[in-house]
Structures are given as C-alpha cells and as structure tokens.
Design a protein around this ligand. Structure first.
Ligand code: C2E
Ligand code: SIN
Ligand code: SIN
Ligand code: FE
Ligand code: FE
Length: 392
C-alpha cells in the first residue's frame, strides 16, 4: 500500500472511532494527537470560532507539558479576532491553509504577522507552522488547527512537507463534520439553558459551564486515581460535563417570586424550592441513553448529602446517603455549591475561593463525599482559569 492510502485508511478508522465522542475537549484532544503523530509536530493548538473571534480551545505542547495534562490547559481565555492580522485569524477568515517554513521569515507582503507573546512568556521557540481551517458545509470556518515545529529524527524543528499538508487537509475535512455535530449538540443544551435563564438569572450559560467544567475535572481526577482507561474516562467525562450543566433545569418550574426573593426562604417556600430536583428529573426522564440517565440522576440527586440529610423532592422522600448517591450527583453537588458560594445570588454576596474551599472542607464527610473533596484540592489550580474562561 502506498503512503497515501495507508494514511487514509488510518484516518477512516480514526474518524469512525471519534465520531462517538461527545465531549468537545476529548474530541479535540484526539484530533491533536492524531495530527501531531502524522506530522511529527512538537506542539499544536485548536481554536474554535465563536462569532467574530477565535477562541483558544485545546493545546498540546510536548516541550512544555505532558500530554496527559493537556486538559489542564483547556481553559486558557485566549481570543483572537477573525481578521487577516494573525496567522490563525487569516486562515479562518480566508478559509485557506498556510504552511510556513519559518514564522520569523514570513512571505513578503503577507497581511498577517507572527505573535511571539506566547514564546516570550514560556521560552518555547516556534519555527515552522502548518495552519488549516475546519470548514462547515457552507465553507465557513468552524475553527483552526495549528501545528507547530515538525521534528526531524534528531528532534530539530523542520518545515512541514507537502505530504503532511495533504494529510492534514484530509483530516480537517473529515473532522469538520464531527465538530459541527458536537457544536450543534452544545447549542441545543445552550438553548435549553437560555430558556431557563429568562426565568432565573442565576442559571445562566456561564454558571452551567462552570459547574460542568468543575464537575468534569473532578471526575477526571477521580477516574485517573482509579486507573480508568483514558478512552472510557474521556467519554464519561464528556457526558458528565453536559449532564452537570443541566442540574438545575427543574428551576424553570419554580415561581419567580421564590427564585428571585432577596432574603431567606420560609419553610413553605423552601419546600417548593426543593421540588426543583424531582421536577428536573421528570423533565429529563423521557429521553434515553447514557447522557439522559446521567442527567436525570444528577438533577434528582444533586442536593443529597453524604450523611443522608439532603433531599430529592419537596419532602423527605427518596433520601439517600453515602455511595448510594450516584457518583455524578456527588460530584455535581461539590461543583454546584462551590459555584453558588463564589457567585453573587439575590440572597447572598459572593465568597472568595479560599472561603468557599474552606467551607467545602468543613462539610466534607457531612454534606460531601470526603474522597471527592480531597480531589478538589488537586484541581484547585484549574478554578481560576475556569472562572476566567466562563465569566459572568
Ligand atoms: P443555589 O443558589 O444555586 O445554591 C445551591 C446550593 O449551594 C445550596 O443548596 C446550598 O447547598 C449551597 N449554598 C448556596 N449559598 C450558600 C451559603 O450562603 N452558605 C452555604 N453554606 N451554602 C450555600 P440549597 O440550600 O438546597 O438551595 C437550593 C436552591 O434554593 C439555591 O440554589 C437557591 O436557588 C435557593 N435558595 C436557597 N436558599 C435560599 C435563600 O435563602 N433565599 C433564596 N431566595 N433562595 C434560596
Ligand atoms: C484530556 O483530558 O486530555 C481531554 C479531555 C477533556 O478535557 O475532556
Ligand atoms: C497557551 O497556548 O497559551 C496555553 C498554554 C498554557 O496555558 O500553558
Ligand atoms: Fe439545585
Ligand atoms: Fe445551580
């Protein structure tokens, strides 16, 4: 078999494999790994388009950090305008790929320039760069794949060759459809959340994103500790991220008089409020598949407490304790309370991160699963980037 059909066989197996991926980060992680393997690139970054900007979405950099820590860098709040001034912006706005042998010797008259801020900050030295667009069916850029420093056998950076460029065009074409689908799914969830947000200003997209992100990273730490296989872990992580985002969807059924009450709720009002758990579960109940089962369990059980003193409905019915509470719900409980504490609410002021972490530690073993609270300490340096990435 010639090189070309070898690569295309490999890519079709790869596409089949990743088309089941639900989590965007997991998807991007696999795409980068495959692209870097084929092109022997030392580093790579994927940007995704959000309206008129490219948002930094995922990066690998063998010279700066191990690949199994890549998810820790996925919350960098870097944005570039879709304009011809930057390399990634040029590729997104023109839909053309760029294969640059040396970013410090750009073609005469090029509208774009190389931004060396990242190199200066990290000590990394970018030399060759291959940048391609992910195009949707109408030819608009969904995002950009940027590969940096192809390495020769002696590990010295060299230009990306024409074969590599062709292979990456094929990869980008194949992957675009999958990215489009995963974006559509995310938009669906955002639509549901926007409906809820009209009614409850606390349940916004960013709040849901943060709870989803904290829950996903907590799960990641938990699953790594237990030696779970990365592929399975990433699937579960993606499902958990989306399911956790919907934890409070039942608040759509609670009156605004209660939701927006500036002071403390009385006993009767809090009884009604507690019903948002069962209500959310009933909204998510009739769907099928892993994601909806998880979303249902999280909506129903996210206010259960480790000591059995929580709730899953308006009254005392259905209380669970300890490991009888589904894992996803135990994880989401921690993420939700952390975010509720550090955010402003109509009934309270925002707390500092340290105060919120201290409160969770204090309630460890009472309200929260103590093992999971310990994992929160491991991911604590991700909290600042998550809040920068999803502000508001
Ligand atoms: P939420 O605002 O998203 O808060 C989620 C959970 O975070 C709360 O669940 C609670 O476990 C924790 N939390 C929030 N604020 C504080 C705090 O100041 N101190 C401590 N220790 N924990 C806090 P909970 O209590 O079951 O409440 C569920 C939902 O009920 C809340 O969601 C909020 O929408 C509503 N709610 C709770 N208490 C009040 C209140 O006093 N006034 C009003 N207007 N709404 C309330
Ligand atoms: C990774 O952990 O390497 C990517 C998976 C993710 O962040 O969802
Ligand atoms: C970046 O490429 O700027 C993000 C990597 C990091 O945050 O270390
Ligand atoms: Fe809730
Ligand atoms: Fe919430």
């Amino acid at each position: 078999m010639d090189r070309n059909s070898r690569v295309s066989n490999r890519l079709s197996g790869f596409i089949e494999e990743i088309s089941g991926y639900r989590d965007r980060n997991a998807l991007l992680d696999r795409i980068l790994a495959m692209a870097r393997e084929i092109t022997r690139a030392d580093a790579g970054t994927i940007y995704l388009r959000e309206r008129l900007e490219l948002v930094f979405a995922y990066t690998h950099n063998d010279s700066l950090f191990p690949v199994d820590e890549a998810h820790r860098h996925a919350y960098a709040a870097i944005r570039l305008p879709v304009s011809e001034k930057s390399i990634a912006g040029y590729v997104a706005s023109t839909g053309r790929s760029l294969n640059l042998a040396n970013v410090r010797a750009l073609p005469q008259g090029a509208p774009y320039s190389f931004n060396d801020a990242f190199d200066r900050k990290t000590g990394f030295v970018t030399s060759s760069m291959l940048t391609l667009p992910f195009l949707d069916r109408r030819g608009h850029a969904l995002g950009v794949l940027q590969l940096i420093n192809s390495l020769d056998p002696q590990h010295n950076p060299c230009p990306f060759n024409a074969d590599m460029e062709g292979d990456m065009r094929m990869l980008a074409r194949e992957v675009s459809g999958i990215l489009e689908l995963s974006e559509a799914e995310k938009r669906g969830i955002y639509g549901i959340l926007r409906m809820a947000a009209v009614h409850d200003p606390a349940e916004t997209g960013p709040h849901a994103e943060r709870v989803g992100a904290i829950a996903a990273e907590l799960y990641h730490a938990w699953a790594v500790k237990r030696g779970h296989i990365l592929d399975v872990l990433l699937q579960e992580k993606g499902n958990l991220r989306l399911a956790a985002m919907l934890h409070d969807i039942g608040k759509v059924g609670i009156s605004e008089a209660i939701l927006k009450k500036p002071g403390a709720l009385n006993e009767e009002e809090f009884g009604i409020m507690r019903g948002h758990t069962a209500l959310g579960a009933s909204i998510l109940d009739d769907a099928h598949g892993d994601l909806s089962v998880l979303a249902h369990d999280i909506a129903l059980h996210h206010h259960q407490r480790w000591n059995g003193r929580g709730y899953a409905g308006s009254g005392d019915e259905g209380r669970l304790s300890g490991e009888d509470i589904p894992l996803g719900a135990r994880i989401t409980a921690i993420a939700d309370v952390f975010d509720a504490l550090v955010s402003p609410r109509c009934y309270k002021k925002p707390w500092t991160f340290d105060d919120a972490l201290a409160q969770l530690r204090k309630d460890s073993g009472q309200h929260f699963d103590p093992v999971l609270v310990d994992h929160l300490a491991e991911i604590s340096e991700l909290l600042e980037p998550i809040y920068r990435r999803f502000p508001g």
